[in-house]
Design a protein around this ligand. Structure first.
Ligand code: NZQ
Ligand code: ZN
Length: 384
């Protein structure tokens, strides 16, 4: 296990009725910018609960943050925040709204060109405080310090990470997620599952706790995710799904271990180029990436097969074939197709994605830095 520092400052308030606690989390005199998406929170009662909890505080509302939050939209929120001198941001929605809030919180006090926070990883030294009410279990954004922002006008999708944008608090009421369409529930399960895989499926690092923990999160996602899709209002299943997704990317399982975020990096390009849902891009990339990288990942693939999928029979190669097939089948069982062709994307896109990563300097992805643009192209051709 490598050295690490662990500090997750987000206070989680979990369970039914917890939105009321927003009142206790925010200062009485906070000037709050409420950031939200396309309106799902007005239809499922979340907005009413939030407004009740905000009481008599001054609130500026900004709706319209889209899935894959857009830079140009968020800059309008930055303008509103600056004009009205809001001093807290309350994000109410899915990962896109939460990520959008992180960007706005960092951009409002930023003196330079805000796009540089993403494009040049410009150093930020301040951020407005953020609280969140999460309505979609998937990204882990409710308890981490990253955000992914799209800029459609130039077909970019870029991330930034900074401890200043950890939410101060996050409300996780599983009942707020009952209104999710099946497609978004499935996306959330697939995304969270992939987060775990990318922090786990590398090479052994003698991190027994992180390994067992990652394996348990995957098992819970498989079991409770499947239950949730079949029974959307099963509170127990939903609560387990929400909590598992948070732990998938709150930093804990990635401590002191090698990581491989190539699936996400390639996936972000597919979203930027073709508008495919985030989780669906991961389902396209991951099985092929595991196939192409199977030698370097051999030991962990066997461990993953044995402990998560109960695969004990046959030679090593037979078990590795079986575990990659099981992973693909899992995504398909969620209703998420795993081939580029299923999304109308031609195999030629492989070369374009490789070129874009090359231009960005992302030429050594993977836990060993051996996923070069040529390997990316190979992975995507295999995913055709
Ligand atoms: O906009 P509204 O009307 O709210 O509708 C949303 C949106 O259309 C809807 N929705 C959310 N909660 C709902 C609901 N509909 C009914 N009932 C509810 N309770 O769902 C749609 C998708 O929402 P979105 O926030 O886009 O989904 P998700 O949470 O999957 O977030 C995806 C974004 O997160 C980024 C992705 O790249 C993508 O941009 N990620 C962020 C990460 C992070 N911050 O650590 C890591 C992830 O790997 C990921 O990259
Ligand atoms: Zn993700």
């Amino acid at each position: 296990m490598e050295n690490f520092t662990y500090h997750n400052p987000t206070r989680i308030r979990f369970g039914r009725g917890q939105i009321a606690a927003v009142d206790r989390e925010l200062p009485a005199d906070a000037k709050v910018m409420l950031l939200a998406g396309g309106g799902s929170i007005k239809r499922n009662g979340v907005y009413d609960q939030v407004r009740r909890a905000l009481g008599r505080r001054t609130v500026f509302e900004f709706f319209g943050v889209e899935a894959n939050p857009d830079y140009d939209t968020l800059m309008k929120a930055v303008g509103l925040c600056r004009r009205e001198k809001a001093d807290w941001i309350l994000a109410v929605g899915g990962g896109s709204v939460l990520d959008g809030a992180k960007f706005v919180a960092a951009a409002v006090p930023f003196a330079g060109e805000p796009w540089d926070i993403l494009a040049r990883q410009a150093r930020i030294t301040q951020s407005l405080p953020i609280g969140t009410v999460l309505t979609l279990p998937a990204t882990g954004s409710e308890a981490n310090d990253s955000a992914v922002i799209s800029r459609r006008s130039i077909r970019e999708k870029l991330a930034f990470i900074n401890p200043l944008v950890f939410p101060r608090f996050s409300i996780l009421d599983p009942e707020t997620t009952f209104s999710l369409p099946a497609r978004q529930v499935a996306n959330g399960i697939g995304d969270a599952f992939c987060h775990v895989v990318e922090q786990y499926l590398t090479y052994p690092a003698d991190a027994a706790l992180q390994d067992r923990f990652a394996e348990s999160i995957m098992q819970v996602l498989i079991e409770e995710g499947t239950k949730t899709l079949a029974q959307p209002t099963d509170y127990a299943a939903r609560a387990n799904l929400v909590w598992a997704a948070t732990w998938g990317l709150n930093g804990a399982i990635g401590l002191g271990v090698p990581q491989d975020w190539a699936t996400h990096m390639i996936g972000h390009e597919l979203t930027a180029l073709h508008g495919i849902d985030h989780a669906r891009t991961l389902a396209i990339v991951l099985p092929s990436l595991l196939q192409v990288q199977r030698e370097g990942k051999r030991a962990k693939l066997l461990q993953y097969g044995a402990r998560v999928w109960n695969l004990h029979e046959g030679s090593e190669d037979v078990r590795i074939d079986a575990v990659i097939a099981a992973t693909r089948k899992f995504f398909e069982s969620l209703g998420i197709p795993t081939r580029l062709a299923n999304y109308g994307v031609k195999a030629d896109s492989a070369a374009e994605v490789a070129r874009r990563l090359q231009a960005r300097g992302m030429v050594r992805l993977g836990e060993r830095g051996d996923i070069t643009p040529a390997v990316v192209e190979k992975i995507l051709r295999l995913a055709a």
